[in-house]
Design a protein around this ligand. Structure first.
Ligand code: 3DU
Length: 224
């Protein structure tokens, strides 16, 4: 199945993360892990989860080129499928991630889903996008709860996939995000806090198919 759902496993406990991942692995594209799980369960969770499903490490890497490169090398060694880095740190820092990735996918954060994103990041979306494009990243992170922002990213970059959090707990809707140009949907709380994660994952997959059907033909569906 051409799956386009990514589950954010923002839980602290290894057992809970592994249980959810095992139960949903054949219904999702990947899981995304962030600092809560890495700090809670230890970095070994990357390779443990990778036995069931591709793992995207949402480390939001944002440092000088040398440090970015060291972090990316380690993420690669641990068997991750992809890594997320911030674009705002500048072209040299982002290129260091891309150059150290050795085949793992690099996603650049160009816009965020929380209200504070309008304080700084939103003001230079075009600059962040062009910097990320020039750095050779594999895709963009852009907010699924902000359809006009997704369209702006899509219109500027027709050839890199958009991966969007902000669906469910943060108010976004998967049908709407995908209609507006999101290629992969990230969902956390709505799934891992649910009494029936498999059912929620099934519904989200249905919503993604619906969004793809209603998507304008000029927005090609892009793969990561
Ligand atoms: O809101 P949720 O529980 O569905 O989780 C969303 C995940 O995506 C979470 O790990 C968060 O850190 C990440 N994320 C955003 O929510 C918004 C962004 O702009 C970037 C990443």
């Amino acid at each position: 199945m051409d799956n386009r759902l990514i589950i954010a496993l923002d839980v602290f406990e290894e057992t809970k993360a592994l249980e959810i991942a095992k139960n949903i692995s054949d219904m999702v594209f990947a899981v995304k892990i962030n600092w809560p799980l890495i700090l809670g369960a230890g970095p070994g969770i990357i390779s443990k989860l990778s036995r069931f499903t591709p793992v995207i490490c949402d480390l939001k890497i944002a440092d000088i080129p040398n440090t970015n490169s060291l972090i990316t090398q380690k993420v690669h060694q641990m068997g991750a499928y992809g890594v997320i880095a911030h674009a705002f740190v500048g072209g040299d820092s982002l290129r260091a991630v891309v150059e150290s990735a050795r085949g793992i996918k690099v996603l650049a954060v160009v816009a965020m889903s929380h209200p504070g994103a309008s304080d700084f990041m939103e003001k230079d979306l075009d600059g962040l996008l062009s910097l990320a494009l020039k750095s050779g990243v594999d895709g963009f992170i852009a907010p699924g709860n902000n359809p006009s922002m997704i369209r702006r990213v899509r219109e500027k970059s027709m050839n890199k996939p958009i991966v969007s959090p902000g669906i469910g707990a943060q108010g976004g809707n998967a049908v709407e995000a995908v209609m507006n140009g999101t290629d992969y949907v990230i969902v956390g709380r709505s799934v891992y806090e649910s009494a029936n994660p498999e059912q929620v994952v099934g519904e989200l997959n249905w919503q993604i198919s619906e969004g793809l059907e209603r998507r304008p033909g000029r927005y090609e569906i892009l793969n990561l």
